[in-house]
Design a protein around this ligand. Structure first.
Ligand SMILES: C[S@@+](CC[C@H](N)C(=O)[O-])C[C@H]1O[C@@H](n2cnc3c(N)ncnc32)[C@H](O)[C@@H]1O
Length: 259
C-alpha cells in the first residue's frame, strides 16, 4: 500500500518535485530539483568521474528514494556513457508515492534517454514491503535494490558502497535519519573510501557525522545555497575540499550543544 501525503509542484528549473504534508517540506530545493541533484549527488562527490573511470562495479546507497529522481539520473548517465559494468543502487523509502503520482513526474524532459521517465510508475506500482530488487532494463546490469520500510528496519548490507546520497528531509523534521547511529550504520555499508554527500550544512548534522567517524568537508551548495557537506572515512577522498574541524564539532556535541 502506498500513501500520497505529498503534492506535485514544478521547481524553478521546470522539473517536478513534491511537497510533503507529513514533513512540511519540499523533496528538493524548490529552485530546481534536477539541478540540485546533479550538483549535490553527481558533480561534487565525483560520481560522474567514477563512472567515466569504468570501475569493476559501482554501488550507491541513497537515504530516501522519494521521487526516484537520483536513480533515473544515474541510469541516464550509465546509458549515455555506454557503460557495461554492474551498478547497484540501494535506496530506502518508508512512504513510497503511488504509481499515479509517479506518472505525473516530468523527469523524462531532463534526461538524454527520455523513455526512462516512464520506468518510475512501473517501479512504484510493484513495490512490496521489504527489499525489492528490480532490474529495470533487462539488457543492462543496473539493479535497483529498494527497501520499502524504515531505515532503522534495514539490515546490514555488505560494505561495498562507493557513494552515499544522504537525501532525507532536514534534521529538524526527520531527526531519526541524522543521528550518530544512522551515520554509524551508513559507515558500515560503505567501503573505506566511500564518499557521502548531502545538501545539508547544519552543524548539528555534521556533528553527528563526526561522532560516527566521518571526516568532513564543505563544498559550495546548489542553486545559491552557501554550503553543502561531503564526507568520507578516508581523509584523502575529501582532500580537495575545505575541511571542517571534526574535533571541535565532537566537543560541542559532547557538551550537549545540539540537544
Ligand atoms: C527529501 S525526500 C527524498 C528525495 C529523493 N531522494 C528524491 O529525489 O525525490 C526524503 C525521503 O525520505 C523518506 N523518509 C523519511 N524518513 C524515512 C525513514 N525513517 N525511513 C525511510 N524513508 C524515510 C521520505 O518519505 C522521503 O521520500
Amino acid at each position: 500500500m502506498t500513501t500520497d501525503s505529498a503534492k506535485h509542484h514544478f521547481s524553478k528549473d521546470g522539473s517536478s518535485t513534491l511537497y510533503s504534508d507529513k514533513f512540511g517540506q519540499f523533496y528538493h530545493n524548490p529552485n530546481g530539483a534536477v539541478s540540485e541533484s546533479n550538483h549535490v549527488f553527481f558533480d561534487i562527490p565525483g560520481v560522474n568521474l567514477a563512472l567515466n573511470n569504468e570501475p569493476e562495479a559501482l554501488t550507491v546507497f541513497e537515504v530516501g528514494f522519494g521521487t526516484g529522481l537520483n536513480f533515473l539520473l544515474l541510469l541516464d548517465r550509465y546509458l549515455s556513457g555506454k557503460l557495461a559494468f554492474p551498478v547497484h543502487f540501494y535506496s530506502v523509502e518508508a512512504f513510497p508515492v503511488s504509481k499515479k503520482m509517479a506518472e505525473s513526474f516530468n523527469f523524462d524532459e531532463f534526461l538524454t534517454h527520455k523513455k526512462f521517465g516512464k520506468l518510475l510508475p512501473g517501479i512504484f506500482g510493484q513495490l512490496q514491503p521489504g527489499l525489492n530488487t528490480i532490474k529495470p532494463l533487462p539488457e543492462h546490469e543496473v539493479y535497483l535494490h529498494l527497501f520499502y520500510g524504515f531505515f532503522d528496519e534495514l539490515d546490514h548490507i555488505d560494505n561495498t558502497v562507493d557513494f552515499i546520497f544522504h537525501d532525507a528531509f532536514s534534521p529538524e523534521v526527520n531527526k531519526e535519519l541524522w543521528t550518530v547511529g544512522t551515520f554509524r550504520k551508513l559507515a558500515s555499508f560503505g567501503k573505506k573510501n566511500a564518499v557521502l554527500s548531502t545538501y545539508c550544512a547544519a552543524s548539528k548534522a555534521r556533528a553527528a557525522m563526526a561522532k560516527a567517524g566521518w571526516k568532513l568537508a564543505k563544498a559550495p551548495g546548489a542553486l545559491g545555497k552557501r554550503e553543502m557537506t561531503i564526507a568520507s572515512l578516508s581523509e584523502q577522498k575529501i582532500s580537495g575540499f575545505k575541511r571542517v574541524n571534526e574535533s571541535r564539532l565532537i566537543e560541542r556535541f559532547d557538551a550537549g550543544e545540539f540537544g
